[in-house]
Design a protein around this ligand. Sequence first.
Ligand code: PGA
Length: 251
Amino acid sequence: MRKKIIAGNWKMNKTVLEAIDFVGEIHDDIDTSEVDVVICPTFLALSEIITLLEDYQSDIKLGAQNMFYEEKGAYTGEISPNMLYDLGVEYVIIGHSERRQYFGETDEIVNKKVLKAIQVGLKPIMCVGESLAQREAGDTFDLVRNQVIEGLKKVGKDQVQEVIIAYEPIWAIGTGKTATSEQAEEVCKYIREALAEMYGSAVANTMRIQYGGSVTKDNAKELFNMPNIDGALVGGASLKEDFVSIVNYNE
Ligand code: PGA
């Protein structure tokens, strides 16, 4: 049985003080007994939030929203994976569609980041997903499969189980247009089949595949009840109390 993993991607929202206040408000109500819960604030808030979660003795895990693929050097403005790891960060979102779209991240860059994250000890949440035009052109499956194959290039069988795949159709992100649970399941199932071809079904069956794109407290349970959806990457709804209801979807 795969443990669900629900991650909040705060994107470029909340100042450090706002982040501290928000974690203070929700931590007590978040039930981590059956799901892995991850929050991904901005880089600036990571340090404070780690200390806070320790003080609260909370099992909420921390993730970063991005990282660079080198460990150090003359890369002005970048943050390295080992800096994150040293801080106590456990997860890192890699290849979010906003990074692909606005910051020119290619599958090749995504792959470099995934490899480096694993090497340093971080667990990548690797995002894949199609645009509306790609879906309408019937390219969803080929495109997503290709993103999975390219993103995981040279990732070995013994390492890949640490990778979480987030299927995030771009047309569903921040639009209020969630994929139906059937649409989401169809692609997550297809991703698992691609993983099985690459790593064998025993490995593929242990890997966690999230859905992301306008997940709310009202649609979370239905999505999570699908056999191949192992949780969610939540954007907008993770900034509010609603995140508690999403995480505690079974209560
Ligand atoms: P959303 O974002 O939940 O606001 O649609 C999801 C994401 O981008 O990870």
